[in-house]
Design a protein around this ligand. Sequence first.
Ligand code: NAP
Length: 255
Amino acid sequence: MKQNISAQFGLIGKALTHSFSPRYFNERFAAQHLNLHYQAFPIESIDLLPALLAGAPQLQGLNVTIPYKTAVIPYLQGISEEARNIGAVNCIRILEGKLYGYNTDVYGFTESLRPLLKKDHQQALILGNGGAAKAVKAGLRALSIPFRTVSRSGTADYTYDQLDAALIAGYPLLINTTPLGMFPDTASAPAIPYEAIGSRHLLYDLIYNPAETRFLQLGKARGAATKNGNEMLLLQAERSWDLWTGIVSEPIVRV
Ligand code: NAP
C-alpha cells in the first residue's frame, strides 16, 4: 500500500544499522498519530548529500552522525553560533530548500548535567578529546565549570599516565567521552586511578549502552554519584524536534 507521508525526517551517517533515532522518532510519531516518517540515510561520502536532498523533497530535518558532523558544514546556508564555535553539526533544519545547522548534543549534555551539580563540582576532567568532547566543553563553558582534557596523544592537557590520585581528587566531575565500555566492549574503562574517587565525585558517562558502564560501576563502588548518557540522548533528540518544528530557535550566522 502506498504511504501518504506529508513530511519526512532522517539521519545521515555511515554505519546506521544500530542507530537510536529512527526507532525513537517513528515510535514518537506513531504514538501521537502524526503522519510523519523518519528514515536512516547511510551515505558513503558527504558529497552524496545534494543528490539525497534532491531525491527527497519532503525532508524537513536531518540528524547528522559520525563521520559527517564537521564535513557537513560547507553544505549549509546557515549555522547556529554554537555549532560554528564547536565545529560540529548534528541537526539540520531544512526550510524553503535551505539547510540550517545546529548542535543539540550541547543542549542534551548541559541540561542533563545541570540538575546534578553540587557546590563541590567546580572542576571537571574530560576523558577523551574527540567529537563528543567538543559538545561537552561547550556545555561546561555554558555552566561556568572550568575543565581540563585527557587524551592518549599530546593534544590535551594530560595524558593518562599523568593521572595520579592527587590529580583525580582535585577534579570532582569526571566525564567519559571515549567509547571505552560501550557495548560490546563492556569490560573496558578509561585508565584512571579509581581508588582516588570518593563520595564528592560525580562520574558522567556519555555512553548509554550499557546503562551502567564499568567506568560508572567503579565510581559507584567508591561512593560517587553517577549518570549515564541516556538522558543526554533523549534531550538532544527532542531538541532536534523543537528546532525542526520551530518550537525553539537559535541565532543563525553565515557558514
Ligand atoms: P570518537 O570521536 O570516536 O571518540 C572520542 C575520543 O575517545 C577519541 O577522540 C579518543 O580521544 C578517545 N578514544 C577512542 N578510543 C579510545 C581508546 N581505545 N582508549 C582511550 N581513548 C579512546 O567518538 P565520539 O563521537 O566523540 O563519541 C564518544 C562516545 O560518546 C561514544 O560512546 C558515543 O556513543 C557517545 N556519545 C553519546 C551521546 C549521547 O547523547 N549520550 C552523544 C554523542 C556521543 P584521544 O584520541 O584524544 O585519546
